[in-house]
Design a protein around this ligand. Structure first.
Ligand code: FUL
Length: 427
């Protein structure tokens, strides 16, 4: 794309930029599925089966903090239609469950815990609803869905993200104009995920993996993992979020287990390390707590990131020519990682980049964006030169790291996992 062909739609809004800088979020899949050991229930599971006796939303938020997350996104309603707040729109909700004698409100408890901890709150409200009889009547369902969204957008304080999941909705139209208006009116600081009039897009898989180049200006986004449907929004700035579960399932299952640390790090490098955001799902268990094994893995993940990236060596950047810089560490440093960050206010510009030391290539890639991590055999150097291509690119920072690791971990092959009801999840 040439700069002259650019419009403001190709530049980020302050909201998008702020979201891009928030890096990692934690997804919380929780609901009736948790108690039945299934991934996609059909809306007939009894509300009476929801009873997370020890539920502690502060514990969820503490787990998200441990993971280094700046926000959490809760499945306020998944595809089964069961609502985690006492909505006035249906009795298929926590109000019909034995939990807290039917007086509980998971969204409220999480919102309070987020406020206390300074954590951003996002909500997921599935458009596809397998319980609500009005789903078959699009106009009536739009009213119902808008009423649910209005409750969530007006009763729980500020939201940072509203997650619209395309699964089950291929080919179905909703009244997006009205839906988006509700979010924009009541939650102007919330980014909208992937549908309607989105601010951010889905990366297109549920493995948490982006691939180079990670382009922020795109004209379509994929709807869901089950169909090839694409949603078109015209060329616009639409940075990606990589969602993936710490476990195989999105919901907690007794026989499931967290991914290995190596796998998580592979995801980290291919999401955050390629300039995409990461939304890591950490599903609360049947007690309403985060599993000890998951907590331990999150701690390892955070510790390893701290060990690798906790002592950055910043370089001073001097422009040498359009698209070329010298990065000077001020003294000889021994490094095995570099992080490049691009100035994004005027849009994403770097199409490709190459880092050279004493005439020898150290690392190279295509886009840089919100942050690009490279690993390479350790070398001692004081300066590197960075060559970029693209329309008027600007780098904003370059930092070196000595991590003791000289390569990026490879994600293990996709495994098949079946939940108790035979729902297959590919991870
Ligand atoms: C998918 C859903 O079908 C899964 O159950 C999960 O919620 C995932 C994040 O999105 O489309």
């Amino acid at each position: 794309m040439s700069i002259s062909a650019e419009t403001s739609a190709h530049h980020p809004t302050p909201l998008q930029l702020r979201w891009q800088r928030s890096g990692v979020g934690v997804f919380l899949h929780f609901g009736l599925n948790t108690f039945a050991g299934v991934e996609w229930s059909d809306g007939t599971l009894p509300a009476a089966s929801f009873d997370p006796r020890l539920l502690d939303a502060r514990h969820w938020v503490a787990a998200a903090k441990t993971a280094g997350a700046g926000y959490v996104v809760l499945t306020a309603k998944h595809h089964d239609g069961f609502c985690l707040w006492p909505t006035s729109t249906t009795d298929y909700s926590v109000a019909s469950s034995p939990w807290r004698d039917g007086t509980g409100d998971v969204v409220r408890e999480l919102a309070d815990a987020c406020t206390e901890a300074g954590m951003g709150l996002g909500i997921y409200l599935s458009p596809w609803d397998r319980h609500e009889p009005r789903y078959s009547d699009p106009a009536a369902y739009d009213d119902f869905y808008c009423a649910q969204l209005t409750e969530l957008c007006t009763q729980y304080g500020d939201l940072v993200e509203v997650w619209f999941d395309g699964a089950g909705s291929a080919g179905r139209s909703y009244d997006w104009e009205r839906i988006v208006e509700i979010v924009r009116t009541h939650q102007p600081e919330a980014v909208i995920f992937n549908m309607g009039d989105p601010d951010i897009r889905w990366i297109g898989n549920e493995d948490g993996l982006a691939a180079d180049p990670v382009e922020y200006v795109v004209d379509v986004t994929r709807n869901d993992v089950h169909t090839d449907e694409e949603l078109g929004f015209g060329d616009r700035y639409l940075p990606p979020e990589c969602d993936v579960s710490l476990r195989h399932g999105w919901f907690w299952h007794p026989d499931d287990a967290p991914k290995s640390l190596e796998h998580l790090l592979a995801i980290h490098y291919r999401s955050v390390g390629l300039g995409a955001n990461l939304l890591l799902n950490v599903p609360p268990n049947r007690d309403g707590l985060i599993d000890d094994a998951d907590l331990a893995r999150l701690r390892e993940y955070a510790d390893e990131r701290q060990r690798r990236f906790g002592a950055p060596l910043p370089a001073a950047l001097t422009p040498l020519a359009p698209g070329r810089w010298r990065a000077d560490f001020g003294a000889d440093v021994r490094i095995d990682h570099l992080e490049l960050v691009e100035e994004l206010e005027n849009g994403q510009r770097v199409a490709a980049h190459r880092v050279v030391a004493s005439g020898v290539e150290v690392c190279a890639g295509r886009t840089v964006g919100a942050g690009r991590l490279h690993a390479f055999p350790a070398r001692t150097l004081r300066t590197v030169e960075i060559e970029t291509t693209g329309p008027d690119p600007v780098l904003s920072s370059v930092r070196g790291f000595r991590t003791g690791t000289e390569s990026i971990p490879v994600p293990p092959p996709v495994e098949e996992y079946r939940a108790a009801d035979g729902d297959m999840i590919l991870m």
